[in-house]
Every structure is written in structure tokens, then in C-alpha cells.
Design a protein around this ligand. Structure first.
Ligand code: FAD
Length: 295
């Protein structure tokens, strides 16, 4: 099914993001997570795309397993990193013939150790090039693109950055999924700026509950610039056990989700880190058994 149909069918979409497991033990854990989260009736799930060859085959394996064994719509991430146009074409062809009809089109971050993104030979420099390529060769594929409420670190000029985002939308993106954020005001401001510039496709909010200090540190490095509000940091500073950290993180995310729903958000995308615990607790805190409660 095309992602646009999903947006038409649901008042709010709830979706979960996974990354490919690196070994059998991690794979077992992930399949349990997916099974648990299926009960929450997500509108779709997405699978990230790594920077290197071996990780990519793991993405492919996970996609195929989900496709064969699970009755859920899949969005596969795809980046411009390290692939020529021909290689990207083959990947899209394989996805398409396997029934994966929706792609999150990204530029991608440089592989570890490489400070700067370099466009591969005969490849793409920006996500917009990938969007245009998909639109031209696989017009039936649904396309998501990334948006950065707090700004992408490589483009300090926020007006210019919005123009780049608008160009991805004009090239054929069907929805925007945001980088994680911890202050909803950043999301609302981003949506308002998008509206002003004429972006009117669904914008779905990326939510990742803090579940440990190490994961918070990692996210502040990966999602460069992610702002952790003082109130959240204060609450976390009072904790002494990992359970308490998780309690604070999940409580914070619950409040974010509730506020987003009350303010008419089009979708909520949970960065699960391959664990079901936080999402299950958030649904419990919201007092609902599954996503149907919001229809
Ligand atoms: P682009 O839209 O190409 O933007 C990259 C930078 O270039 C921005 O600063 C932008 O403003 C600037 N820019 C855009 N167009 C132009 C232009 N014409 N001229 C000059 N500058 C321009 N990474 C992965 O490796 N795998 C994943 O699976 C993955 N999933 C993600 C999912 C989500 C929802 C998000 C938000 C991010 C994800 N990322 C993933 C990270 C993402 O790839 C990086 O943040 C990357 O740095 C930016 O990707 P983009 O698609 O926004 O790139």
C-alpha cells in the first residue's frame, strides 16, 4: 500500500522504527519487540539503512523477514552513501519486486571515521537527487524525507535550509518525518515555518524517550544539536537508578505525545532502539490499548 493511503486512512499515524540486528541474539530480541509492538497496531514500521555493506545486507534480511512474516506496512530507509545510481536502481528494483513500496529517502551520514559526506562516484550528493531518481524510475513508490525541527548542522542558514526541504517536497516527497526532539515548541515552530513556505504534506513527529544516560549522550552526538530542555535534565539529574531514568524519560515522552495529539499532529514516529518497553509504557500511560483509540 502507498503511504498516502495510510495517511488518508488514519487521523494520526503511529509508527515504529527499527535498525537491523547485528547478530542472532539481537535478532531474537528484535523479533520479540516487533511482536509486542504489533499489538499496538502501528500504521507502519520503518527499517534504517546503515553506512556499510554488511549492515546493508542485514537491513535487507530484516525487510524480507518482516515482509514474509508480518502483516504490517514497511517503509525502508535508503541513503545516498556509497552507492552509484546503478546500485541504487538495483536496490529499488529489488525492493519493488519484493513488495516494499515505500522508501524514506535520505542523504545519509558519512560512515564512521569520515567527517564529511562525499557524493559517491556517479551517485547522489543530496537526498533531493534520490527523491527525483525514485520519482522518475519508480513513480509508484511512496517517499518520506527527513526534516530537522532544530535545524540540520550543515546548514546554519535556517531560511536556506527550509528552501532545501521545500525542494525535496516539490520533487515528490509524500511526507516528512522529523529528527527526534524533546521540546514540542521546536516541532510546532518547524510546522509553522513549513506552512509559511508552502509545505503542506504530512509532517510526522520523531519521538525517542530517554532510557539511559549513555543513549542520551549517543543521541546528542548522532542527532547533532538535539536540545535537551533544562526541565528534563533537572528531572534526570535527580535519578539514581536506571529504572528512575527510564521512568523520567518515558514520562517526558508521554507528555510530549499527549500534547502533540491534542495539537492535531498528523503522525508520531517512535525511534524504538529495538525495544518495546518505552512504547508499551507510553500507550499504557495514555490509557489506551492500541493506536485505534485515536481514530
Ligand atoms: P539532505 O536533505 O540532502 O540534507 C543534507 C544537508 O545538505 C542539510 O544540511 C541540507 O540543508 C543541505 N542541503 C540540501 N540540499 C542542498 C543543496 N542543494 N545545496 C546545498 N546544501 C543542501 N541516516 C542513515 O544513514 N540511515 C538511516 O536510516 C537514517 N534514517 C533517518 C531517519 C530520519 C527520520 C532522520 C531525520 C534522519 C535519518 N538519518 C539516517 C540521518 C540523515 O541521513 C542525516 O541526518 C543526514 O545528515 C541528512 O539527511 P537528509 O536526508 O536530510 O539530507
Amino acid at each position: 500500500m502507498h503511504i498516502n493511503e495510510i495517511f488518508q486512512q488514519h487521523k494520526i499515524t503511529f509508527s515504529f522504527e527499527f535498525f537491523p540486528p547485528k547478530n542472532l541474539k539481537a535478532a531474537d530480541g528484535l523479533y520479540r519487540t516487533i511482536k509486542d509492538l504489533e499489538d499496538l497496531k502501528p500504521a507502519f514500521v520503518s527499517v534504517t539503512y546503515g553506512a556499510g555493506g554488511s549492515v546493508r545486507s542485514l537491513t535487507h534480511d530484516l525487510l524480507m523477514k518482516l515482509r514474509m512474516e508480518r502483516n504490517v506496512l514497511i517503509v525502508s530507509h535508503l541513503t545516498c552513501v556509497g552507492s552509484s545510481r546503478d546500485e541504487i536502481f538495483k536496490i529499488l528494483e529489488r525492493y519493488s519486486s519484493s513488495g516494499i513500496k515505500n522508501i524514506m529517502a535520505l542523504r545519509g551520514d558519512p560512515p564512521e571515521g569520515e567527517g564529511k559526506f562525499t557524493a559517491p562516484e556517479n551517485g547522489f550528493a543530496y537526498a533531493i537527487d534520490l527523491v527525483e531518481f525514485i520519482k522518475k524510475h519508480f513513480p509508484g513508490i511512496g517517499i518520506g524525507v527527513a526534516g530537522f525541527c532544530e535545524g540540520h548542522p550543515e546548514t546554519p542558514n535556517r531560511l536556506q535550509e527550509l528552501e532545501y526541504l521545500k525542494a525535496k517536497v516539490d520533487a515528490g516527497a509524500d511526507y516528512i518525518c522529523t529528527q527526534l526532539f524533546y521540546d514540542n515548541r521546536d516541532f510546532y515552530d518547524f510546522c509553522e515555518r513549513c506552512e509559511v513556505i508552502g509545505i503542506n504534506i504530512p509532517i510526522i513527529a520523531g519521538i525517542m524517550p530517554v532510557t539511559s544516560f549513555s543513549n542520551m549522550k549517543r543521541m546528542s552526538e548522532l542527532a547533532l544539536g538535539a536540545r535537551f530542555p533544562g526541565k528534563l535534565l533537572k528531572a534526570l539529574a535527580r535519578t539514581t537508578t536506571i529504572d528512575q531514568v527510564q521512568h523520567v524519560g518515558i514520562h517526558w515522552a508521554t507528555e510530549q505525545v499527549m500534547d502533540l495529539i491534542d495539537n492535531g499532529v498528523k503522525g508520531i514516529h517512535f525511534y524504538t532502539l529495538n525495544s518495546s518497553n518505552a512504547a508499551l509504557k507510553i500507550y499504557e500511560n495514555l490509557g489506551v490499548s492500541d493506536s485505534d483509540a485515536f481514530e
